[in-house]
Design a protein around this ligand. Structure first.
Ligand SMILES: [Zn+2]
Length: 220
């Protein structure tokens, strides 16, 4: 592409602006400690900020190195979505800068708050917005659909995140019961899961970006 070709420059910029990319910071090579960063057009979302299960009760664990997450310095960081109230998914939330919006289930947050009386080591989970099953909400270029899932933590969600013509499904934790009970079912959910070809669940922790729907650059 020649930089003197305005049309080519626009096409390049459009491609860069509209794609959706994913970075898995934690939670692939271990159980829990989950943190996934999603980016589109310069805007970013964080899916979970979990405390690794391998950390001792008194161990200090740094946040993953997500720009702006700890100091609120990046207005492009639009929010943190907490899938459910287990420490390995929200346990570092007290290190997230208070200017960054946090979204979690209303009941999940209430349970965490009540449980702090018995387990004061866990941080408070005080969301600025509540997740509602099947109710789409937008954050910048992202359309987020929370889907209630079956898990040992009440009010747990998977997320479908859409931006730039891409779709990412983030399952969080979910349980598959042997009784035949379906993990989830609704017309919206069927739609979300039926487009597996244009979505992906990240499979490898990396500091590099991966585009949903394309082969991971780090998996070869
Ligand atoms: Zn869990």
């Amino acid at each position: 592409m020649s930089v003197s070709d305005p049309a080519a420059t626009v096409r390049c910029m459009t491609s860069t602006m509209t794609q959706m990319r994913v970075r898995v910071h934690r939670g692939c090579h271990e159980v829990g400690g989950t943190c996934v960063e999603v980016e589109s057009g310069g805007a970013r979302l964080i899916l979970d900020v979990g405390r690794p299960l391998t950390a001792g009760a008194d161990d200090y664990v740094d946040l993953p190195k997500v720009p702006g997450l700890a100091d609120g310095s990046d207005p492009g960081l639009l929010g943190v979505l907490i899938s459910h109230g287990h420490l390995d998914h929200y346990g570092l939330i007290d290190q997230v800068h208070p200017s960054i919006p946090v979204y979690a289930g209303r009941s999940a947050a209430a349970i965490v708050e009540a449980a702090r009386f018995f387990s004061p080591r866990g941080p408070a989970l005080l969301p600025t917005g509540h997740l509602v099953d099947g109710q789409v909400f937008t954050l910048g270029p992202f359309a987020v659909t929370p889907h209630l899932v079956d898990h040992s933590a009440f009010d747990a969600y998977a997320f479908v995140v859409e931006a730039g013509g891409r779709r990412l499904m983030y399952t969080g934790d979910l349980s598959i019961r042997r009784s035949g009970h379906k993990t989830w079912q609704s017309p919206g959910r069927q739609s979300a899961t039926s487009r597996a070809g244009s979505s992906t669940t990240p499979t490898q922790a990396s500091t590099r970006w991966t585009e949903p729907g394309r082969r991971s650059r780090t998996s070869s």
